[in-house]
Design a protein around this ligand. Sequence first.
Ligand code: MG
Length: 159
Amino acid sequence: MDIRIGNGYDVHALAPGLPLWLGGVQVESPVGCIAHSDGDVAIHALCDALLGALALGDIGKHFPDTSDEFAGIDSKILLERVMELIGSEGWTVGNADITIAMQRPKLAPYILPMRECLAKVMGIGVDRVSVKATTTEKLGFVGRGEGCEVYAAVLLRRD
Ligand code: MG
């Protein structure tokens, strides 16, 4: 069995009055991510981890933010495409672990829906998808509520 690991990182600035999408789920929030796509910073970090595991570049290379095709796009579609790429080379996801750093709103009620959504899009069990949320104790740009930051790690396997 061959295995690979990948990590991904993404940040988006926050602004009032925009929808907030995280892990494929819409979160009730007074602020949302400024973005060319739907701004789902968690899915973007996850896509980068998946691509990184296979040294396939990053999300910006595959889905350029200069392209009209991706304007306002549902990031779940980007994740589906990344999964197709991975699957076409015979790889499956062993597990994914995602950490979202955001000062507010509280994300606890959304953790399970995010895990369920991501697991469904990736075609794996919910037990293989971890989503964690943390504040940064009011420190830095995350703590000041200026942005949302996400780290993702994945393990891929090919039998
Ligand atoms: Mg992004």
